[in-house]
Ligand binder design. Sequence first.
Ligand code: HEC
Ligand code: HEC
Length: 258
Amino acid sequence: MKSKCFFQFLLFPVFVFTFAVLFISCSKEQKTAPLTEKKADTLNKTEGSVNSAGKQLFYMKSKENNIACADCHGDGSNSANPLTKYFSDITAADKRTSTYHGKFTGAEVAKNAGGATVCWESYLKMKTPLTEDQIKSLNEYYSSLKSSSSVSEMKYETISLPVKDKAKLKEDQKIVMGLKGDPVKGEADFKNSCAFCHGENSTIKKVPSLFDEFDGNVKSITYNVRFGDGAMPFYKKSVLSDQEIADIAAYILKKNGK
Ligand code: HEC
Ligand code: HEC
């Protein structure tokens, strides 16, 4: 009797210790840290699945301005973000003969992850270029997407590429200035196409306010929308019409008391 009790007495602290160790390691695992650039980078190099490394990159928020590829481009599963309908779908982008409105053709397409090298530096504001590993991961991600077989070539109209066409911009500005904008329609369009960055609840960093001491006009708004500017993307005519720009401008200017 006496020796059995002594045995239990010895086992008790062993149990407590084991439970404590288990508890601590479990609670540590549950805390899933938000994905940082560093984490996506290590995943890219260490974790086996290339598809998931490409996907991580695609959804990674840049530390510079909090923008991710998935905020602008569709991959077939992120259509909840209204912005994705204004820019190309990235399914099979690596297999196109030409991307970024002819900026990249032939072998250059895959070498630039379908054009992502430009987006990486101009829209995500990354200070170091995409590495070869990251480009490979993105290409494999595009190809892995379900609808990839159906999207081969993208055709769209833009006056921002291959170079900013100033004469065409002048024509567009004249057209938009001649249209009567509807601020009610403009508010709805603004919510879909601009609020993600310029809206009150925007989480994107380094975006100027269009409602606080804004000194722009219909002409300058058309400039920004058709050409893009810095981290602001350009909008093709095929996705945002002249009338829609006039409506959005009417809304912005009305809210500014102009
Ligand atoms: C702020 C919005 C924005 C972000 C963020 C962005 N892009 Fe883009 N991307 C564009 C615009 C604008 C174009 C030009 C063509 C278009 O309108 O889609 C483009 C073009 C492309 C193309 C070429 C499509 C084609 O066939 O012409 C690919 C591929 C692409 N981006 C991938 C990416 C990847 C990957 C990322 C993240 C590293 C990224 N983009 C981040 C706006 C963005
Ligand atoms: C992905 C984020 C993003 C989206 C979406 C976006 N913008 Fe911008 N916008 C910016 C950034 C960043 C700047 C500042 C550009 C710079 O100077 O680098 C800017 C600048 C502007 C300016 C110039 C502001 C000034 O005070 O000079 C106007 C006008 C403008 N945007 C209008 C729009 C309109 C209209 C839309 C929708 C059709 C829109 N933007 C969508 C990011 C965005």
